[in-house]
Design a binder for this molecule. Structure first.
Ligand code: ADP
Ligand code: MG
Length: 988
């Protein structure tokens, strides 16, 4: 089954000298028999054996196994070939010290993917006379016993070939004989290839002796049996040099003649001996058996070799498979060698994993979830839902874009939002309208005393609509009925307390009513603005006043911090709202809309860019205005008008258009110094004076007949301007302000000339920003844009804030309401808008999110650095442990293990280390998380569970652990696993 053809192996030593260890050797082996490879040290015996056993690969030529040539073998095939067909026995036994005798033997079986068959192992141990040693460890065995374990291990695989490289080299001769006896027995039905330099043993045991010298076969002899030639009754000739004479024989003359002739022809001395014991010894020595047949070595001729021809498909290779538990056992064995190193490796790995653990909790931090949980346990009784929209702020300098960030901006609910809210939350949702500016509140005007205790201020923050089929929960109504009509309001119990504390309420006719009980409210009306009186129709239960403000109630002035907190609370809470009907809203809207201008929320930045530096527009009298917002006038720009009051299509390159407000101010200044000044109070048929009109141009609204403020739109602006132009400017020859101005960077004094061409009309009431905004002609715009000291900001949003009316929605807090809210909360709609919760909890969490991301980064970097460190430690650890395990690797490879099996061993080892680190770090992470949570809880006084070490975190950590150990193990193991088995064995 085994044939070698033209095997050549050349070793090139480091110095460059090459040795032909094997030089074109071709041999054919029979399937059974004991073949000795003889030769002096260095003659190439081991090389030949290693090549035959697939431990090494030839430089040329091939081995042919059951008809399959090794030139078609893959690297794995060599291992599989060995695993399947070869049992190796080495001079140094090469058995695994951590394994029992039985386990050593079983390993060979298991590498073949076969089950550990106790009985079979026992039987084989019996065959090598080790049946009572199964549970012994190798270090308790003698050399001969160890070698027999190695033989047992070779045998258990039932290999077709046994290869032994100087198997008795380390044994005394008696033990060596035992080993050879065993091998000899095996050679009856196996091919046993033995390397030896002991000719005597070879001649004793061999069926064939192949002698090597300098890598070449110098002799190849085969044992033949030569039958004794019976010369007579008493005398036989054995071969050509032995005469056997029967005991007590009476020799005939013929016998004597034959003997005489034999002696005469003999060149050497002839010994005639008598005595059983000596003769037996001699016979053995001379290879004569009991029948008198003598064994003799003759040159091996090809025709003498009985070979069976195999079909190629008869060769079947079994891939080795090292059982995981063995890999783990071998892996674990070296861990004891360097305990300190092991400790540090585990410790560092552990620390880096803990960092990762903390990082993962933050990375997987779910703001929505934390907010939900926190809201549920917060003191809030109502959720105040507000609306925001996302604004993208882009920063530029003369070289282009330098930064982009998002800026959520508060806005008002539109009717469509209200519908959406009502659909989601039902009719209990209280839609609130208020001033847009949180700093303004309504006061109840007609109370007698203003020195109520600090907490009880006669302020109304806004109105909640309960109409439109909505029904504020009846169990929350403390007294009275739902508001209806245009002048009924329902106050909160908090407001009721305020009224009670304030003293009394004064009617228009001057009568005062003291408020002590709900019933007293029947007789009074409260006044909110301009002496408009409203009937108090009921009292609802507002959000519970927090306990911490009890101090304030009684404590009075001096507790400004608490008071501040309370004011924040009042604005975000449902404390002092007036519940009103739809009709109320419709009828009273005009009293508050003047200070609530939806477009103003969009602001000047929608139309103009915001520059860092003020540009001063200065006239010849050194009157200066500072401008900060600029844009070129484009098609969708705001309407432009010239001084004649006619539309202006565009600006010339050096022209500038200021705001209506600025122009009105200049106009007023000009009029003041003219005769027109005396006619400013002249009224038109509606009772609106020129002065009123100038004021309206400047501030964006005027008072109508009923003293209601009316917002000044484009049409009205132009009408008013033309009236003033005709009635005052033209009529009294008021000189228009100069048009030539110096236009200069307030910071660098870089300047140019600008001529004012007219004014644009703001889309809403004016404020400082609009005052500072101007349209520029092309060259003026270039002047600003290319000013190298400049940077500017653009604001982008898809959201059109116009048309918003309601400031907030109050929903009674419930788990369901929270869930609904959370769903809406973090969902930015197509139009850039989203809902938000106005609550301290949310704000705190919002603040934490930033911290969380910072912490998360810190943990990530520390974790990464430490992981790298841990990897290096592990890398080093494995590298060191490889040197300690070279022996095991060699043995396993010789038995038939593949490179992958070697990987398994070290993966097992690093898996043990990482598993320990992982378990420790998961425990530590959980403990640390709860500690940190506690600290946060105490510091922020918020029931937050920020660090949640969820199973997902554990999974993530495990992933990282696997990655770390795989990477740090692969590199050092790769080279050793890739080695040819002979190299591993040579290291033994
Ligand atoms: P033997 O087993 O008969 O003593 P070997 O087969 O081990 O001889 O070696 C044959 C020749 O090859 C020797 O000259 C030896 O020095 C050389 N040789 C063996 N292995 C190597 C090796 N790995 N590198 C270089 N030379 C080697
Ligand atoms: Mg050798």
């Amino acid at each position: 089954m085994l044939e070698i053809r033209n095997l050549t192996k050349i070793y090139t030593a480091k110095g460059g000298v090459s040795v032909r260890a094997l030089d074109g050797v071709s041999l054919t082996f029979e399937d059974t028999g004991m073949v000795f490879l003889l030769g002096k040290s260095g003659s190439g015996k081991s090389t030949l054996l290693n090549l035959c056993g697939g431990l090494d690969r030839p430089d040329s030529g091939e081995i042919i196994v059951k008809g399959r040539g090794s030139e078609t073998f893959t690297a794995g095939d060599f291992d599989s070939y060995r695993n399947t067909y070869i049992g190796f026995i080495f001079q140094e036994y090469n058995i695994l010290d951590e394994f029992t005798v039985e386990a050593n033997v079983a390993l060979a079986l298991e590498l073949q993917g076969k089950a550990k068959d106790r009985e079979k192992i026992q039987e084989i141990l019996r065959a090598v006379e080790l049946e009572n040693f199964a549970k012994r460890k190798p270090n308790t065995l003698s050399g001969g016993q160890k070698q027999r374990v190695a033989i047992a291990r070779a045998l258990v695989k039932e290999p077709e070939i046994i290869m032994a490289d100087e198997p008795t080299g380390a044994l005394d001769s008696a033990t060596g004989r035992q080993v050879f006896d065993t091998l000899k027995k095996l050679s009856e039905d196996k091919l046993v290839l033995v390397v030896s330099h002991d000719r005597e043993f070879a001649e004793l045991y061999a069926d064939r002796i192949i002698e090597l010298k300098d890598g070449k076969v110098i002799s190849d002899v085969k044992k033949n049996k030569i039958a004794a030639k019976k010369a007579s009754e008493n005398v036989s000739f054995i071969g050509t040099d032995l005469i056997s004479v029967k005991s007590g024989a009476a020799l005939t003359d013929t016998d004597l003649q034959n003997i005489r002739a034999f002696i005469a022809s003999s060149e050497k001395q002839v010994l005639i001996a008598n005595g059983n014991a000596d003769i037996e010894k001699f016979y053995r020595q001379a290879h004569v058996d009991e029948n008198g047949s003598r064994e003799e070595f003759c040159e091996t001729k090809p025709e003498d070799i009985r070979i069976r021809h195999y079909r190629q498909d008869e060769s079947e290779f079994i891939k080795s498979r090292l059982p995981m538990r063995h890999a783990a056992k071998i892996g674990a064995s070296s861990m004891k060698v360097k305990p300190l190193r092991l400790f540090f490796t585990i410790f560092l790995t552990f620390i880096s994993f803990v960092m990762f653990g903390l990082f993962s909790t933050l990375m997987l931090f779910n703001e929505k979830q934390v907010l939900g949980e926190s809201l549920k346990v917060s003191n809030d009784e109502y959720l105040q839902i507000v609306k925001k929209y996302q604004v993208t702020i882009k920063e530029f300098n003369a070289n282009g874009l330098t930064g982009t960030y998002e800026n959520p901006t508060l806005t008002q609910f539109k009717e469509s939002d209200v519908d959406e809210i009502r659909t989601a939350y039902g009719n209990e949702a209280v839609i609130a309208f208020t001033y847009s500016d949180y700093s303004i509140v309504f006061s109840i005007e007609n109370i007698s005393s203003q020195d109520a205790p600090p907490l009880y201020e006669n302020q109304i923050f806004g109105f909640g609509i309960t109409g439109q089929g909505s029904s504020y929960r009846s169990d929350k109504i403390l007294w009275g009925k739902y508001p209806a009509g245009t002048d009924e309001v329902m106050i909160s119990d908090y407001t009721f307390e305020c009224l009670k504390a304030a003293g009394s309420i004064i009617s228009p006719d001057g009568t005062e009513t003291e408020i002590n009980s709900f019933g007293d409210l029947k007789n009074v009306k409260i006044s909110l603005w301009n002496n408009r009186y409203y009937t108090v129709c009921g009292v609802y239960k507002a959000q519970t006043v927090p306990d911490k403000f009890d101090d304030l109630k009684t404590g009075g002035i001096g507790q400004s911090r608490l008071k501040e907190q309370w004011e924040t609370e009042i604005r975000t809470g449902f404390y002092n709202y007036l519940l009103v009907s739809d009709d109320f809203y419709a009828a009273n809207e005009k009293y508050f809309t003047h200070s609530y201008q939806p477009e103003e929320i969009i602001g000047v930045s929608t139309y103009f860019k915001d520059y860092t530096y003020d540009y001063d527009l200065t006239d010849e009298n050194n009157n200066t205005i500072s401008l900060n917002y600029f844009s070129k006038h484009t098609e969708n720009g705001l309407p432009l008008y010239g001084f004649e009051g006619t539309p202006l299509a565009s600006l010339r390159p050096d022209e500038i258009a200021v705001s209506r407000e600025v122009w009105a101010e200049w106009l007023y200044n000009a009029i003041q110094n003219s005769d027109g000044y005396w006619h400013l109070s002249d009224e038109d048929e509606h009772g609106i004076s020129y002065y009123d009109k100038l004021q309206a141009l400047q501030y964006g609204y005027y008072d109508d007949d009923d003293n209601n403020r009316v917002y000044l739109d484009e049409e009205k602006s132009v009408e008013f301007y033309r009236d003033i132009k005709k009635g005052i400017i033209d009529a009294y020859n008021v000189p228009l302000p100069k048009t030539e101005y110096e236009f200069a960077n307030g910071y660098t004094q870089l300047s140019t000339t600008a001529s004012v061409a007219g004014f644009y009309i703001e889309p809403c009431g004016v404020n400082d920003s609009w005052y500072e905004a101007a349209y520029l002609g092309d060259s003026l715009y270039d002047f600003v844009l290319h000013d190298p000291s400049n940077t500017w900001t653009e604001y982008e949003t898809k959201y059109d804030a116009a048309g918003g009316k309601y400031a907030a929605v109050f929903v009674e807090k419930s788990d369901a309401a929270i869930d609904k809210t959370l769903d809406k909360l973090y969902h930015v709609k197509e139009d850039d808008s989203f809902f938000d919760v106005n609550s301290e909890t949310k704000e705190t969490i919002g603040g934490i999110v930033e911290t969380v991301s910072i912490f998360s980064k810190v943990f990530l970097y520390i974790g990464l650095a430490l992981a790298l460190f841990a990897m290096l430690m592990l890398f080093n650890f494995i590298s060191v442990s490889i040197t300690y395990k070279k022996k095991e690797i060699g043995i396993l490879r010789a038995v038939g293990a593949r490179g992958t099996d070697v990987f398994k061993i070290f993966y097992a080892e690093s898996a043990i280390i990482t598993a320990i680190s992982l378990v420790l770090s998961i425990i530590a992470s959980i403990v640390l998380c709860s500690i940190i949570n506690n600290i946060i809880l105490q510091k922020l006084a918020l029931p937050l569970t920020l660090f949640v070490f969820s199973p997902l975190c554990a999974a993530l950590l495990a992933g990282i652990a696997v990655f770390t150990s795989v990477v740090s193990t692969f590199l050092p193991v790769y080279s050793i696993a890739k080695k040819r088995p002979v190299e591993s064995i040579r290291a033994l």
